[in-house]
Design a protein around this ligand. Structure first.
Ligand code: ATP
Ligand code: MG
Length: 138
């Protein structure tokens, strides 16, 4: 059983897409093992995206990520990292496959509705960044 971190970004929450995203998890045999809504501080957002700190879009991305509340979830399932990234679609919604979350709802390469971990190591870091062991259901 693999685990990953999902975030419904401020655009997804603001546009009323929490239910839509969760419905896709439930329809695709992906289990929600932890979930909460938070509004990140700037420091929290910059720490989360530290891997991107040299990128030209870092300030804009972290400003966007603190522009409103987000929903963070730990997801579990077989091959859930890759399966969830398939459900999300490519970073750039214009390149995302039909029927993916980003193709269906994203409006911008930055405002792309959802985040998903890209490997087991990043998933571990990202889950621990938001959840302690008492917040994860067994
Ligand atoms: P995420 O990490 O959010 O799941 P991703 O792995 O598909 O997305 P990354 O390359 O990790 O993409 O980029 C992280 C986020 O930074 C993207 O989801 C997007 O919001 C933003 N981003 C990426 N590339 C650009 C860009 N060229 N211009 C503006 N924002 C970008
Ligand atoms: Mg990424």
């Amino acid at each position: 059983m693999e685990k990953t971190l999902s975030i419904i970004k401020p655009d997804g929450v603001g546009r009323g897409l929490i239910g839509e995203v969760i419905k896709r998890f439930e329809e695709n045999n992906i289990t929600i093992a932890a979930m909460k809504m938070i509004h990140m501080t700037r420091a929290q957002a910059r720490g989360f995206y530290a891997v991107h700190k040299e990128r030209p879009f870092f300030d804009s991305l972290t400003d966007f990520m603190i522009s409103g509340p987000i929903v963070v979830m730990m997801l579990t399932g077989e091959d859930v990292i890759v399966r969830y990234r398939k459900l999300m679609g490519a970073t750039n919604f214009e390149e995302a496959e039909e029927g993916t979350i980003r193709r269906d709802f994203a409006t911008d390469i930055e405002k792309n509705i959802v985040h998903g971990s890209d490997a087991p190591e990043t998933a571990e870091f990202e889950i621990n960044y938001f959840f302690n062991s008492f917040e994860i259901v067994r």
